[in-house]
Design a protein around this ligand. Structure first.
Ligand SMILES: [Zn+2]
Ligand SMILES: [Zn+2]
Length: 759
């Protein structure tokens, strides 16, 4: 099915997968805001504009005027009459051909907090709780006596004691929306008790040691749990070993000299020689804080990293004028920005565990011609091709609800299933997380369909402006925990990957991150996409109360035609590539993916592939699963075949939504599915004793004979059209189960049978 422009005004048609929607039905993916206008440009690109309750046609009109070269593309939810009216005004505009791009808006809910300690911004999911908000506020106000903490929606008055709120209420329950400002008040904790308690007995030193002792509680970075890959590199010195230099080393085999001594992991010569443009994160840390300084560091040493911020400091540290936007001075304004290549990168390499993963992802595009987006599920590992390197290893691509077009796609954010998928991923035998996202930008040559057009290259662009801003938002929303940053987190390891045509007409991946400068500019609302995908616009300064934005001077450097380095103002616009960090990519030489199968139907491909229980049970029956028992029942090749079928991320993620298996059972299933050694029978033996698996086998036995199995392993999605709707099928099964349940000794007691959630 092609999703054309006609359907796109009713996106919910294509948006709802069948599985796992029961709980979700009350909350659509768009509940976090009222409406989203997507505006597609005549040349390329789409812009997303959020419409909120307070907006008027005038404010929206002003925004639209800024991008008059765009046309309104979709309205994604009809709650806002303004959005509907606007759509009505603009849908008559002609449709042209925008190129592939992503729409973007904040994936989570941003809540601003103002207290006497300053202004803070936190990202929350709309269903985060009051307790989480209070915890965040207390982090920013270490002196606050928690019992006295008040919050209010206005600067004065309306204060509510945080302790009187129900702590498990969600933020949306108490009426907080994206972008809301919360005013915080509190009374300071009685000072003497805390400092007396904090002062250690051995404090014989100077005044500095006692004061730093008092600060100990505030050192959030010291208690941060870092990713295992960071723990690994922190335990190494990362030195680059060198062999004996046959020309210069004059010493014996056990000695060492300047010519053969190991190099520091940040050695500039080594990086130039090996053509590595960016230091790895840990090599960069070693450069900032060389080994040895760590050992001798006193508690007064601050962590070496400094998260970038280009926002005006509120309140002003000088205290000499009213807060921005009413006043500004050199003490509170961000200084001029010179865009430069980032010396480090958080991820050096993107590795896709097997070609099948990408191939399966591409099938959606191959069958429909429409572009596709997926979240990359994987983990971070040491990468040995660069000193102290980190690679993201992708084990699966999970596809969220989306609308594909020939020239782009529309994505629902926040992604309502993200918390479930993150929790599930953690349960794998090697814990997984979301390591980034991948999307296609593929157009075949009309002359020769086997050739993909080479769109992204040095003379055009690598990432479009809108995509770079999207990447910045994703990175901002997913910071990396860090013990080397005073805030306890630094930058992000979310990778952006594009599948696009190569120079010779093939398809390849390009992987990027955007720089910390890009993220800080997006966070300070300073940049926007332009009609030229390779160009970013710097926004105008704005002093109005609600949308105040200070934009300092922005420069970039380039080599002119005489080879001289020239500094140029980046206002009003500059090339996107100044914001990009390259990440290399590849496939392992001998693949050993965690999930051995990619055959099961992929989620959120309505009309193309269908995930349903009937297909699963038909396949389980074909594989003889019910006959397999612990004591080697059934032959081992059957078991092996079954395990290969079960070792599929999409299958496990789907089975979780059916609720046929309890969370504990799902955990066991996922561990079996992602076991390092699939033929290790102990995990499988555990699985077949779970109640969920036994129930699944009962259903399988009872349903399978009803339908002749003409099925090949892949048929669950290709044969979708003849499928009996699963609801009907399961109803039949339930009736059968009810009538036969007591007759078989081997089956579990009747009251143990959980009914499939579709019914
Ligand atoms: Zn030597
Ligand atoms: Zn100031």
């Amino acid at each position: 099915m092609k999703l054309g422009h006609e359907q796109s005004s009713q996106p919910e048609k294509g948006w709802r997968g069948r599985a796992g929607r029961r709980e979700a039905s009350a909350r659509g993916p768009w509940d976090a805001f009222d409406a989203l206008l997507l505006i597609g440009g005549p040349i390329r690109g789409q812009l997303a504009i959020r419409v909120e309750n307070g907006d008027t046609p005038a404010t929206l009109g002003a925004t639209l005027a800024l991008c008059s070269f765009f046309r309104v593309h979709h309205v994604l939810i009809g709650q806002s009459s303004i959005a509907a009216a606007l759509l009505h005004q603009t849908t008559t505009t002609t449709t042209t051909t925008p190129a592939a791009s992503l729409t973007c808006h904040s994936p989570t809910m941003l809540v601003r907090v103002r207290s006497k300690d300053g202004n803070f911004r936190f990202e929350f999911a709309p269903n985060d709780t009051v307790a989480q908000l209070v915890a965040k506020i207390l982090e920013t106000s270490p002196d606050a006596e928690p019992a006295t903490l008040t919050i209010s929606n206005v600067p004065r008055g309306n204060e509510t004691l945080a302790s009187t709120l129900q702590q498990n209420q969600t933020l949306s329950d108490i009426g907080l929306k994206h972008g809301d400002l919360v005013f915080v008040g509190y009374q300071a904790r009685a000072a003497p008790s805390s400092s007396a308690a904090a002062r250690p007995v051995e404090s014989t030193g100077a005044a500095t040691s006692t004061s730093s002792g008092g600060d100990r509680a505030q050192k959030v970075w010291e208690t941060v749990a870092e990713d295992p890959v960071d723990q690994y590199w922190r335990s190494k010195d990362g030195k680059i070993p060198r062999g004996r230099d046959t020309q210069f080393c004059k010493h014996g085999p056990n000695a060492m000299c300047d010519h053969c001594m190991p190099l520091e992991p940040y050695d500039a010569g080594y990086h130039t020689e090996h053509n590595v443009k960016h230091l790895s994160y840990h090599a960069y840390l070693q450069k900032l804080q060389p080994k040895g300084s760590k050992a001798t560091s006193t508690t007064s040493t601050l962590p070496p990293l400094n998260p970038l911020s280009y926002k005006v400091k509120v309140p002003c540290p000088s205290g000499g004028h009213p807060n921005w936007p009413l006043g500004i001075c050199t003490a509170c304004q961000p200084s001029a920005i010179t865009l430069q290549s980032q010396p480090f990168r958080m991820v050096d390499h993107l590795e896709i565990a097997s070609v099948d993963i990408v191939d399966r992802f591409l099938q959606a595009w191959r069958k429909t011609g429409t572009q596709r987006f997926g979240w990359m599920i994987g983990r971070y590992e040491p990468y040995d091709k660069v000193p102290m390197g980190v690679k993201a290893v992708v084990e699966a691509i999970h596809e969220p609800p989306q609308l594909g077009d020939l020239d782009g796609l529309t994505l629902g954010l926040p992604w309502e299933e993200e918390p479930r998928i993150r929790e599930l991923a953690k349960l794998a035998s090697a814990p997984l997380t979301i390591v980034g996202y991948i999307f296609t930008d593929l157009v075949t040559d009309p002359e020769d369909k086997t050739v993909n057009i080479y769109k992204r290259h040095p003379q055009s662009f690598f990432l479009a402006g809108l995509e770079a801003i999207f990447a910045a938002k994703i990175q901002l929303a997913n910071p990396t925990p860090s013990r080397s940053s005073p805030t306890g987190s630094f930058a992000s390891r979310m990778v952006t990957a594009v599948l696009t045509g190569t120079e010779d007409g093939q398809i390849d991946i390009s992987a990027y991150q955007v720089s910390e400068q890009a993220c800080a500019m997006v966070e300070a609302d300073m940049i926007e996409a332009s009609i030229d995908p390779g160009i970013i616009r710097v926004k105008e300064e704005d002093r109005s109360e609600d949308s105040a934005r200070y934009v300092p001077d922005v420069f970039f450097r380039y080599k002119n035609e005489y080879g001289l380095e020239v500094k140029k103002s980046a206002k009003p616009c500059f090339p996107v590539e100044y914001l990009l960090v390259n990440v290399s990519h590849g496939f392992p030489q001998s693949p050993s993916p965690l999930f051995r199968s990619t055959k099961f139907a992929i989620e959120n491909r309505p009309g193309l592939e269908d995930q349903n229980m009937e297909g699963v049970m038909r396949e389980l029956s074909r594989l003889g699963a019910p006959a397999l028992t612990e004591s080697g029942g059934g032959d081992s090749s059957k078991r092996s075949e079954l395990l290969r079928y079960l070792s599929d991320w999409h299958l496990v993620a789907f089975l979780e939504t059916t609720q046929l298996l309890q969370p504990d059972d799902i955990k066991i299933l996922l561990q079996v599915a992602s076991a390092a050694d699939l033929d290790d029978t102990s995990a499988f033996n555990k699985l077949i004793h779970t109640e969920g698996w036994r129930n699944l086998m009962v259903f399988t036995q009872e349903m399978a004979p009803e339908r002749p199995s003409a099925s090949a392993p892949t048929s669950s999605h290709t044969a979708m059209d003849e499928d009996i709707p699963p609801e009907v099928f399961e109803q039949i099964a339930r009736e059968q189960a009810a009538s036969q349940g007591g007759t078989r000794g081997a089956s579990p007691p009747q009251d143990n049978i959980r009914i499939c959630p579709h019914c």
